[in-house]
Design a protein around this ligand. Structure first.
Ligand code: NAP
Length: 321
């Protein structure tokens, strides 16, 4: 079948392993289902996979794509929850020490079809397009858990989102704004800050700029480039939720500030199946449609990867079949 895959890891030149071609049709183990993919979306995780981060060398070649939406054999339209648990795991799927994300051990969604455990699909409501549904499983689910599960953001609180135009950042802005928070955003360019304003940000700032006042919660996926600013921007007792470190991890954790101001530093990864169901419900209730900046046929996936690597994002990047 047609697929976009990582042929081998390349730590310093991720595009070197990006391959467009044919992969074997998947077999369907008992208890798993085959989804014929209609749309899939790109995440930074796919770039990490091309670099060989978070995947064993023997797992290559690996079809890329954590997120997707499509159709089951019986015609049911579904979207995919990409957290795959060890058999028998019960409870919060993100806490299973043996969990993997699609593309770490099991083949991904950038293909004609993908095979996942039956419990990893949820129904796609008809009013959400396949493209929209394909944005939800990773970036949007992560943003939902960061905001509402980890930070417990309440209406009226002020939150800072580091980064304006990325998949997780745009999801944080749209969700926090719909939930009634005052949303402040840093962005690296005027265009990116304007995008954030259009998505509901109440104020935007250049990266690293001093804020008018300290905030209740900061949402971090950038890492080293913004970490110090994140801690400095928090009120005493404030919360920073971190789900990524695109610019690299920061070895100086600024511990004095953490203990003296009693800051809460919370990690967050993906979300549960139920949180994905709740996210879909939230989108329907508030009539929110995720910001999609670029839609391409899967055959042109290389252009999408290049845009992400160059930092030229304007929301999610979606591939269609
Ligand atoms: N833990 C989890 O479960 C989870 C889930 C999803 C994503 N993540 C992680 O979150 C991060 C973002 O993922 P994504 O898919 O949203 O990526 P993306 O779409 O490429 O977004 C990158 C974001 O990083 C911001 N950024 C600011 N300063 C940066 C710098 N110096 N270098 C690079 N980026 C900078 C960009 O802001 P501007 O708009 O200002 O350019 C943009 O908002 C990745 O590290 C990813 O691995 C983790």
């Amino acid at each position: 079948m047609f697929a976009v895959y990582a042929s081998a890891p390349h730590a310093d030149d991720p595009m070197a392993g990006l391959t467009i071609g044919e992969r074997p049709e998947p077999s369907v183990p008992e208890g798993w289902v085959r989804v014929d993919v209609r749309a899939a979306s790109l995440n930074m995780h796919d770039v990490w996979t091309l670099r060989g981060v978070g995947i064993a060398a023997e797992s290559f070649p690996m079809i890329l794509g954590c997120d997707g939406a499509g159709v089951l054999a019986d015609g049911t339209e579904v979207l995919i929850h990409p957290v795959i648990n060890a058999p028998g795991w019960r409870g919060d799927e993100t806490l299973d020490p043996r969990r993997t994300l699609l593309t770490e051990r099991h083949q991904g969604t950038f293909a004609d079809s993908v095979v996942v455990p039956a419990g990893n699909v949820i129904p796609k409501p008809p009013e959400l397009s396949f493209a929209v549904a394909a944005t939800l499983g990773t970036a949007w689910l992560t943003a939902y858990r960061m905001l509402f599960v980890q930070a417990g953001v309440r209406p009226g609180q002020t939150v800072l989102v580091q980064g304006a135009s990325g998949g997780v950042s745009t999801a944080l802005i749209q969700l926090a704004s719909a939930a009634g928070a005052r949303v402040w955003v840093t962005g690296r360019t005027e265009e990116k800050r304007a995008l954030a304003t259009g998505l509901g940000a109440h104020a935007t700032f250049e990266a690293g700029a001093r804020l008018p006042e300290r905030v209740d919660a900061v949402f971090e996926t950038v890492g080293k480039a913004t970490w110090s600013h994140s801690l400095k921007s928090l009120k005493p007792g404030g919360t920073v939720v971190v789900a990524g470190a695109t610019s690299g991890p920061d070895p100086s954790a600024d511990l004095q500030r953490v203990f003296f101001l009693q800051l809460r530093v919370l990690g967050s990864t993906m979300g549960t199946r139920q949180e994905l169901v709740d996210l879909v419900s939230f989108l329907r209730l508030h009539d929110i449609r995720p910001q999609i900046g670029l839609t391409l046929p899967l055959e042109q996936a290389t252009d999408g990867f290049r845009a992400m690597l160059d930092g030229e994002t304007t929301g999610k990047i979606v591939f269609t079949r």
